[in-house]
Design a protein around this ligand. Structure first.
Ligand SMILES: C[S@@+](CC[C@H](N)C(=O)[O-])C[C@H]1O[C@@H](n2cnc3c(N)ncnc32)[C@H](O)[C@@H]1O
Length: 211
């Protein structure tokens, strides 16, 4: 579930890899240090990896390159096609954060970049509870995604975007479910994870949640 934004990704898939290179000025700050952010997620990944919202497979490629067994879950067909064209051997499933093949107790690391904000906080709670079941005894979740330190921090960013005339970015920030760090911490701790956060750019935070 949380699939209400899939239409956007069906359209965006073809030009997505240009966006992550900073070619769209409205999203340049969101994707600042993109490659380094993916490297950081890969660095903390161990063992068998389950990746959600693989998009065009950029993180997936790094994980496979490091020798991990990776399974990908992605709801957008257009995104899946591009990812598989880059990594033909990848097992990739049509699914989402809440609906995916049964992998109880077999996954060491669950990863995702720039995707968890498609779930409401209630759906995030449900997903995190599922992650706990899927992960091995000492498993972890390693995410990078846009989130904000406070509602004031979010308002300030929207005000800055407004000054720059970034209408698409403002619409996106108001439309999707960007959580506060406090809410993310609460949700992971409620589901028995120990969680830490690290700021990667003005928008994106690295989240490491260990069982
Ligand atoms: C901004 S892209 C990020 C792609 C890739 N992870 C990256 O870092 O470049 C967001 C991806 O999340 C996927 N997505 C959207 N809703 C989702 C959901 N409910 N569950 C899993 N993935 C979702 C989209 O189809 C898209 O591929």
């Amino acid at each position: 579930m949380g699939r209400e934004f899939i239409g956007l990704f069906e359209e965006w898939a073809e030009s997505y890899d240009d966006s992550v290179l900073g070619k769209d000025p409205q999203y340049a700050a969101v994707f600042l240090h993109y490659d380094k952010i993916l490297d950081e997620v890969a660095k903390y990944s161990t063992g068998n990896v389950l990746e959600f919202g693989i998009g065009t497979g950029n993180l997936t490629k790094k994980l496979v390159g490091k020798g991990h067994q990776v399974a990908g879950v992605e709801p957008s067909e257009a995104m899946r096609k591009i990812a598989v064209s880059k990594i033909p051997e990848l097992p990739v499933y049509e699914g989402d954060f809440l609906t995916f093949p049964n992998m109880d107790n077999s996954i060491d690391t669950i990863v995702s970049t720039y995707a968890f904000h498609h779930l409401t906080d209630e759906e995030k709670d449900e997903a995190i509870a599922k992650f706990f079941k899927v992960l091995t005894k000492r498993g972890k979740v390693v995410f990078a995604d846009t989130m904000f330190e406070s509602s004031i921090a979010k308002e300030n960013i929207i005000e800055e975007a407004n000054k720059k005339g970034f209408a698409d970015l403002i619409e996106d920030l108001n439309r999707e479910y960007y959580s506060s760090i406090g809410t993310m911490q609460e949700l992971f701790e409620k589901n028995q994870f120990h969680v830490t956060f690290k700021k990667m750019n003005e928008f994106v935070w690295l989240v490491i949640a260990e069982k």
